[in-house]
Write a protein of this length. Structure first.
Ligand code: GLU
Length: 563
C-alpha cells in the first residue's frame, strides 16, 4: 500500500473503495481496511476515525472520473489490484501444436484500407505470434485484378503499422505467379487437377447431378498440354479453367471440383502482366504451405474454403495447418463496404478514407481511438465461434483506459452565451491540466467580468452556478431575464446549494471551436491552449474526450471520441 502517513492511507483506501464500488464509502469499511493492513494504528482508533471522516469527505468531493485518475497516479498498485480482481481478463485459448513456435499470417485483399472487420484477424494472429513466438507474415492477396486498388498496397501497410503489429515479413501474391503455375503443373501430374473446357452452365448441371464432366478423365498429358496452352495465351478469357478434383458425391455442390485458375485479360493487373490467375483457394494453399504457415485463424465465412483447401493438401500429401474459425461479427453505425466507401469518396459524400463515418482504421485514428484500444477490444472478443455484434462501448471503454491518464483537460463551451457578473474582482483562475497529475501544471484563465458559458445551463430553475476553478455565481430572475452576481469562493456553499459546476471562458481568451459528433456539429469556443494540442486527444471537461483535428487562425476543429 502506498504511503505510510495514516492520513494518506485513509484517503487512498477510501478512494479505492469508492472506485471499486461507486458512491461514497462507509467509514467502517475504510477504517477496517487500514487497520487490517496496519495493526499498529489500532491504538489510535479515535484519531483514525476522525481522519477517516475527512478522507471520505475529500473523496466525496471528487468526480468519479477524478477518483480514478487520482488513484491511478497516487497509488498505481492499488488501482491495478482492482482490475486484477474485477476485470475478468480474457486469455486467448491455447493453440495445439504451438510448442515450437508458430508461423501465422494476415492475408487481406488490397481493395481498400483496413477496417474494423479486418482488425480481428490482424490482432488475434498477432497476439498468438507474440504468445508463442515465431513469424507473422503479411500476405497481400491480389490475384483478383477486379478487386485491387493500387493505393491499397500502401494503405494496408500503413494501417498495420498504426495498429503496431509485429509483422516479420510481407509477401505479395502477384509476385508469386510462377510458384502457383508450377504447383498447378505438379497437381495435374498427380492427377489432382484438370483443365476444363465445359461452359459454366453445363458444368453446373453436371455438378448438381454429381456427374463428372468429360474433361475430368482426360489423360494427364492432355491436361499438361492444355495447361501450357493456357499459359501461352492459346485460350481466351472464359474458355477454360483449371479444376481441383474433389469428391463429386460431396453433399455440398460448392465443394465439387471447384475452379483453381482462370484466364482474365481485363482489367489489367496494376503490378504484373498476366493472363492466367489463380483463384483464392489455390493461392492461399500454395502460400500457406510454402511460407510454412502453421496456424490459420480466420472467420467462419472461410469454413467452406478450408474444406475446399484440404483437397489440395491431400493431393500433394502435405500437412494441413491448424485452423480456427471465429464467429461472425456484426458492426453497426459505420460504413464498411469498400465499394460503398469508394463511391461516397468519389461523389464527395465522404471527405476521404478517414471520414469519421467510415469504419476504417484511419477513421478511428482520426476520431482519437488508439491502436492499443482496437487491439485490446479485439482480444477481448477473442476467437469464439459464436456470432456477436461488435460493441462500440467496449472499444470506447478500452480507449478511455488509455487516453484518460494522458489527456489534458480544457474548457469547451458549446452554444455559448455571454454573461456579465457583477460584484466580482478581476481574477486569474488556475485550472489543472490533469486532475490526477499536479506536476503537469495549470492553464490560466483571466476573469475580468464577462464570461462565456453554455446556454443550456441557464434554465429558469437555476439560482446558483459555480464556474469551475473560479467562484460561485448567484442567478436572479426578473421577468425571465437572469442577472449574475458574485457569490463567494466556497465550494461547500456551491455543494449545499446543489449548484452545477460548469465550464466557462473569458470572452477575450475564447477561441472559436467546432466539435463534430456522431449526432451533428456543436459550435462553441474553447481555451487558447487547445491550439497547441493539434493531433492529440484532450478532454473537454463535462463534454468528453475529443481529438483536435485542425487548427488555424480562425479557430479549432475537433472530433468527438467518446464520453
Ligand atoms: N484474402 C482472403 C480474405 O481476406 C483470405 C484470407 C484467409 O485465407 O484467411 O478473405
Amino acid at each position: 500500500m502506498a504511503g505510510e502517513d495514516p492520513k494518506e492511507l485513509l484517503f487512498l483506501c477510501a478512494l479505492q473503495n469508492a472506485v471499486k464500488h461507486g458512491g461514497v464509502p462507509q467509514a467502517g469499511a475504510v477504517i477496517g481496511m487500514v487497520m487490517g493492513a496496519h495493526p499498529e494504528l489500532r491504538s489510535k482508533a479515535k484519531e483514525v476515525s476522525a481522519l477517516a471522516k475527512e478522507a471520505i469527505a475529500d473523496v466525496a468531493a471528487l468526480s468519479a472520473e477524478d477518483r480514478v485518475v487520482t488513484l491511478q497516479s497516487r497509488a498505481p498498485e492499488m488501482f491495478a489490484a482492482l482490475s486484477e480482481k474485477h476485470e475478468h481478463k480474457k486469455v486467448l485459448p491455447d493453440l495445439e501444436k504451438s510448442e515450437k513456435g508458430v508461423v501465422m499470417r494476415f492475408a487481406p485483399n488490397p481493395s481498400g484500407p483496413l477496417h474494423i472487420g479486418h482488425a480481428r484477424a490482424a490482432a488475434l494472429n498477432d497476439a498468438y505470434v507474440k504468445q508463442y513466438g515465431g513469424r507473422y507474415i503479411l500476405r497481400i492477396e491480389d490475384t483478383d485484378p477486379k478487386r485491387v486498388d493500387p493505393d491499397a498496397y500502401e494503405m494496408v501497410v500503413e494501417d498495420l503499422k498504426w495498429l503496431g503489429l509485429g509483422i516479420t515479413e510481407t509477401v505479395t501474391q502477384s509476385d508469386r505467379l510462377p510458384l502457383y503455375y508450377d504447383l498447378c503443373k505438379q497437381l495435374i501430374e498427380r492427377g489432382g487437377a484438370y483443365v476444363c473446357t465445359c461452359d459454366n452452365e453445363h458444368f453446373k448441371e453436371l455438378k448438381q447431378a454429381k456427374t463428372a464432366c468429360p474433361c475430368r478423365d482426360q489423360p494427364v498429358e492432355k491436361n499438361l498440354a492444355m495447361w501450357q496452352k493456357m499459359l501461352d495465351h492459346g485460350y481466351k478469357e472464359g474458355e477454360v479453367s483449371v479444376r481441383i478434383k474433389t469428391d463429386l458425391n460431396n453433399p455440398d455442390p460448392a465443394m465439387r471440383d471447384y475452379p483453381a485458375f482462370r484466364i482474365l485479360d481485363s482489367p489489367p493487373h496494376p503490378k504484373v502482366k498476366a493472363h492466367v490467375y489463380p483463384l483464392m483457394n489455390f493461392s492461399v494453399v500454395a502460400d500457406d504451405h510454402f511460407l510454412g504457415v502453421t496456424h490459420v485463424i480466420r472467420g467462419k465465412d472461410h469454413i467452406a474454403n478450408t474444406r475446399r483447401q484440404r483437397y489440395i493438401y491431400d493431393h500433394m500429401g502435405w500437412q494441413v495447418p491448424v485452423y480456427r474459425h471465429y464467429g461472425r461479427m456484426g458492426i453497426e453505425g459505420v460504413v464498411l463496404s469498400t465499394s460503398q466507401m469508394r463511391l461516397g469518396i468519389n461523389d464527395g459524400t465522404y471527405s476521404g478514407w478517414d471520414d469519421i463515418r467510415l469504419g476504417t482504421m484511419r477513421a478511428l485514428a482520426r476520431r482519437g481511438i488508439s491502436p492499443e484500444a482496437v487491439k485490446n477490444a479485439m482480444l477481448a472478443i477473442g476467437i469464439g465461434d459464436t456470432d456477436i455484434s461488435f460493441s462500440w462501448d467496449n472499444l470506447y471503454a478500452e480507449n478511455k483506459k488509455i487516453v484518460d491518464p494522458t489527456a489534458n483537460r480544457y474548457f469547451f463551451v458549446p452554444d455559448p452565451i455571454e454573461i456579465t457578473i457583477s460584484g466580482a474582482q478581476k481574477h486569474t483562475a488556475h485550472a489543472m491540466l490533469h486532475p490526477g497529475d499536479a506536476a503537469r501544471g495549470t492553464r490560466t484563465l483571466e476573469f475580468d467580468g464577462t464570461v462565456l458559458i453554455p446556454n443550456s445551463e441557464i434554465t429558469p430553475d437555476v439560482t446558483m452556478i459555480r464556474l469551475k476553478d473560479l467562484f460561485n455565481v448567484n442567478v436572479t430572475w426578473d421577468h425571465g431575464t437572469p442577472s449574475f452576481t458574485f457569490a463567494g469562493d466556497s465550494l461547500a456553499d456551491a455543494r449545499a446549494a446543489k449548484a452545477r459546476i460548469i465550464q466557462w471562458l473569458p470572452v477575450q481568451q475564447a477561441v472559436p471551436c467546432k466539435l463534430l459528433t456522431p449526432d451533428g456539429e456543436m459550435t462553441g469556443a474553447c481555451e487558447p491552449q487547445v491550439k497547441t494540442a493539434l493531433g492529440k486527444v484532450v478532454q473537454f471537461e463535462r463534454v468528453g474526450f475529443v481529438k483536435i483535428d485542425f487548427v488555424d487562425a480562425d479557430g479549432v476543429k475537433a472530433y468527438f471520441t467518446h464520453k
